[in-house]
Design a protein around this ligand. Structure first.
Ligand SMILES: *Cc1c(COP(=O)(O)O)cnc(C)c1O
Length: 435
């Protein structure tokens, strides 16, 4: 489902006019739809109803406290990748006992914190990490629940920066080595082997790689579970979303691609995977990030200048790569639409660019867009995942305001960062102040 659509010629998020939101809160502005967040969580959750399961939202995709709280209220757990994220869950009113802790570089301090909070499982990425968790748990007189992350060596076939399930990257432990790792882990006194985990990549738009990975790993889970008494198997995240053009294909078929093909839906995902997973009789964990939040957010920006050079038409906006780095980082596509549609306006091939001093600071190149001018506003759609969370202060630009729309209402869920707060922790040493 998609909650950004035109009412007349004006773009709305649910029942709220986005133009009115920009008037009130300024630009750039992240706008999230509570209805879409809820709908995507519920669709996935109910598709998996035949399984004992827990949806652990991969909160690195969007860790705003309101988003966390919304998923916690729906019964979700969380896939965290740092002690900071775990602290965020707790601060937002989530349950640490429904959290897993992933990542290749967990520090002693982070492991200590997670053990004290009683998380559900550590997703372990190496044998040295296993040794460290055992040592820290012994010091605390605790037993640490763990799952080893298996790398099934399946190519998810997505962008190189988001493929994680092959031996070319740093994640997990090779499929062939897993049995040996569990045998050695079973001898560690302060480790409890609670399950097995995998995650093969992000933005997967076909169920095929998931199917291949599950088919490959299920027999291993069966074998290890019989040996060590598992509680769960986590199949990771990675369900892809439609970026292009999300808006044109409004509900109920928002996942139709321009070619008219349906990409991965929760129903297809479940129909393929549930029968493969059911015989395990284990709790199944999922770690979706992008799927839950991606289509639920837009980044709204104002046009500052239109600049023509040679054949190019540059639309210079007040949002930049520090607000949304995905185009620069992953060559990713975001649909860009005007807040005020004008059927009579000509369409011009445009580059939408930010003000930052980097040629990577662009949102699209040579894209046919409605002609816009200074003061007009645009929305970059499907910016709810890996958008605001990757924000930075590059060029001493404050982090954008975030609002959460709920019907006709919109609440600020993050205030605009004050510029002076950016250098708050910087110190000019005394010797420099003399003279
Ligand atoms: C990033 C990540 C996810 C979420 O990926 P999405 O593509 O956003 O669903 C899940 N599990 C792990 C281990 C991850 O690193």
């Amino acid at each position: 489902m998609h909650s950004f659509r035109y009412v007349g010629d004006k773009l709305f998020c649910e029942g709220a006019s986005i133009e009115a939101l920009v008037k009130e809160h300024g630009s750039p502005l992240y706008v999230y739809s509570a209805a879409t967040l809820t709908d995507h969580f519920s669709k996935l959750d109910s598709a998996l109803a035949p399984l004992d399961h827990l949806v652990c939202y991969a909160m690195k995709a969007n860790s705003n406290a309101a988003v966390i709280r919304l998923f916690a209220n729906l019964g979700g757990g969380f896939d965290t990748v740092s002690a900071g994220e775990l602290q965020r869950v707790i601060a937002a009113g989530g349950d640490a006992k429904k959290c897993v802790f992933a990542g290749v570089g967990k520090t002693e301090e982070e492991i200590t914190f997670a053990l004290k909070k009683g998380i559900y499982s550590f997703n372990v990425e190496s044998e040295p990490e296993l040794q460290r968790i055992n040592r820290v748990a012994a010091k605390l007189k605790k037993v640490a629940p763990i799952a080893v992350r298996v790398n099934p060596n399946i190519d998810a076939g997505t962008h190189a920066k988001i493929t994680t399930g092959t031996y070319e990257n740093k994640f997990g432990i090779a499929f062939e080595e897993i049995e040996g790792v569990y045998a050695r882990a079973s001898k560690l006194k302060n480790i409890k082997l609670r399950g097995l985990q995998m995650h093969i990549g992000s933005q997967l738009t076909s169920v095929k790689p998931f199917e291949a990975a599950v088919k490959k790993v299920v027999p291993l889970v069966q074998k290890l579970s019989a040996r060590y008494g598992f509680e769960f198997f986590s199949i990771g995240g990675g369900i892809g979303i439609v970026y292009n053009p999300a808006l044109a294909s409004a509900d109920p078929a928002w996942w139709n691609t321009p070619e008219g093909k349906k990409i991965l839906t929760p129903a297809t995902y479940a129909a393929t995977l549930v029968p493969l997973l059911q015989p395990l009789g284990l709790k199944i964990l999922l770690e979706p990030g992008r799927f839950l939040v991606g289509n639920a957010g837009a980044l709204v920006t104002r046009v500052e200048y239109v600049k023509k050079t040679g054949k190019k038409n540059f639309v210079i906006v007040d949002a930049a790569m520090n607000d949304l780095i995905r185009p620069a980082f992953y060559d990713s596509y975001h649909e860009i639409v005007p807040l005020k549609r004008n059927a009579k306006a000509p369409t011009i091939s445009s580059d939408v660019v930010g003000p930052i001093c980097e040629s990577g600071d662009y949102f699209c190149k040579d894209r046919p867009l409605q002609k816009v001018g200074e003061g007009d506003t645009l929305a970059l759609l499907s910016a709810g995942a890996y958008g605001s969370v990757m924000g930075s202060n590059y060029n001493t630009r404050g982090l954008a305001t975030e609002v959460l729309v709920h019907g006709k209402k919109a609440d600020v869920v993050r205030k605009r960062q004050k510029i002076a707060d950016i250098w708050e922790n910087e110190v000019v040493p005394g010797w420099l102040k003399k003279g």
